[in-house]
Design a protein. Structure first.
Length: 295
């Protein structure tokens, strides 16, 4: 059990982590800080945190576990703000969706104390934000990717794995570079496509009329287009090299469909759909097996 969680960022992700830690009996006290005092006050009213801190530095005073739930672009400045109270015994994690930039920020900010930092990416979230949406079960059954550096202390990595597993998560480790390459494909590009499809429709004269006819499939496909703009601006820019590579590969795949349709080649169109359908089915079955193993 931890004595005190220092929570920096009391929104959906941070608030859900605090609630889950409390329910699991893993922490005695939560001290929280958010850039907006009203957010911190609301978090206390909802029972997400026990004590409001006036600064990030004071949020980690006396903490033995710290979670950064801030935009990835704010990682370095946040770590610099708390550096003077970081101890070798303190476990520090984040929940950012990119990792190469976060690791570099930690190296710059923490210097000799970077061994306390275990970068983490829980594969969960919602298109809504704010502490009022914090959910004690947000992390249950989800994957968590850890991207330790060469200086991450083994004891802290083991503690991080134990914490996430105690919350019902499936934990695996990989390099920051491998993480960003993978999530450019399975997360960042899909978000960019959802943003783009919405923009392409609304730019048309009949766009509003078209949207009024959208059904469940369209709603599912574009749900993530409602995600927080500032957060996703930071994510897309932070991982732009890998994302631009995935965008080029997507354009090639889209071009295959365009060429088959221009040639009125029904068999080629069907073959492309069959390949995608088979891949999707295989992935879904594998994901179901993983979820059963976690539970």
């Amino acid at each position: 059990m931890f004595e005190q969680l220092g929570l920096i960022g009391c929104g959906l992700m941070g608030g859900s982590f605090a609630l889950a830690l409390k329910q699991a009996g893993l922490v005695k006290r939560v001290v929280g800080y958010s850039k907006s005092p009203s957010t911190t006050d609301r978090a206390r009213q909802l029972g997400v945190i026990d004590v409001e801190a006036p600064s990030a530095l004071l949020a980690v005073a006396g903490a033995d576990i710290v979670l950064l739930a801030v935009p990835v672009a704010a990682t370095e400045s946040t770590l610099k703000a708390i550096k003077h109270l970081v101890t070798p015994q303190m476990l520090i994690m984040d929940v950012g969706s990119t990792k190469t930039d976060v690791v570099q920020a930690a190296r710059q900010a923490l210097r000799d104390q970077v061994g306390s930092f275990v970068p983490a990416h829980p594969i969960t979230g919602r298109e809504v934000s704010g502490v009022e949406h914090a959910d004690v079960d947000l992390y249950t059954g989800r994957q968590v990717i850890l991207t330790p550096t060469e200086r991450t202390l083994t004891a802290h990595l083991q503690r991080a794995e134990a914490v996430w597993k105690a919350l019902g998560c499936h934990v695996q480790s990989m390099s920051p570079e491998s993480h960003d390459a993978a999530f450019a494909a399975v997360s960042h590009l899909p978000h960019m496509l959802a943003f783009s499809i919405m923009n392409s429709i609304t730019a048309q004269t009949e766009g509003d009329a078209f949207l009024s006819l959208g059904g469940p499939g369209f709603r599912d496909f574009t749900r993530i287009a409602a995600s927080d703009p500032k957060m996703w601006r930071d994510i897309l820019l932070a991982n732009r090299e890998e994302l631009l590579l995935q965008a080029r590969l997507f354009k090639q795949a889209l071009g295959d469909f365009e060429r088959a349709m221009q040639a009125d080649d029904g068999q080629a169109v069907e073959d492309l759909i069959t390949l995608a359908s088979a891949t999707r089915t295989h992935w879904r079955m594998g994901a179901q097996r993983t979820n059963k193993n976690v539970s």
